[in-house]
Design a binder for this molecule. Structure first.
Ligand SMILES: Nc1ncnc2c1ncn2[C@@H]1O[C@H](COP(=O)(O)OP(=O)(O)OP(=O)(O)O)[C@@H](O)[C@H]1O
Length: 110
């Protein structure tokens, strides 16, 4: 039997899903709360930015309004989203900083 001690291992690395995996893991560990999209109602577009549209919505029987932020390309944005969440956690002690509640997935059809 021969031993190819100096053989080179060809490794193909694909980091494109690394950030998606991190978000999914955080949801699985309940570090990020996942909301069922079916519980949102009365969805109305209120603005848009470079990365997606923003909607005003209600959730279940909660009477206040929430902002739902959508992304045109979540996969391409995942790294920036993780970074935003880290930054948000640093400063969420201040009352003027809006709270991050969690994530949902769905196709907005209004
Ligand atoms: N929590 C919120 N409550 C009310 N309106 C909001 C809220 N978040 C965003 N908006 C509205 O949606 C618009 C887009 O917001 P978004 O955060 O996506 O982009 P931006 O911060 O304006 O710019 P960028 O695309 O560079 O991030 C805002 O300009 C605002 O009008």
């Amino acid at each position: 039997m021969s031993n190819y001690s100096n053989s080179t291992e060809l490794t193909i690395t694909d980091n494109s899903n690394e950030w998606i995996n991190l978000i999914e893991e955080s949801i699985a560990k309940k570090q990020i709360k996942y909301y069922d999209y079916n519980h949102f109602n009365n969805i109305q577009e209120i603005g848009f930015g470079n990365f997606g549209k923003v909607y005003r919505t209600n959730w279940k029987s909660y009477h206040g309004h929430l902002a739902l932020k959508s992304f045109f390309n979540f996969n391409a944005m995942a790294k920036e989203i993780v970074n935003e969440l880290k930054l948000q956690r640093e400063i969420d002690f201040h009352e003027n900083i809006i709270r991050f509640y969690g994530i949902t997935t769905g196709i907005i059809n209004i």
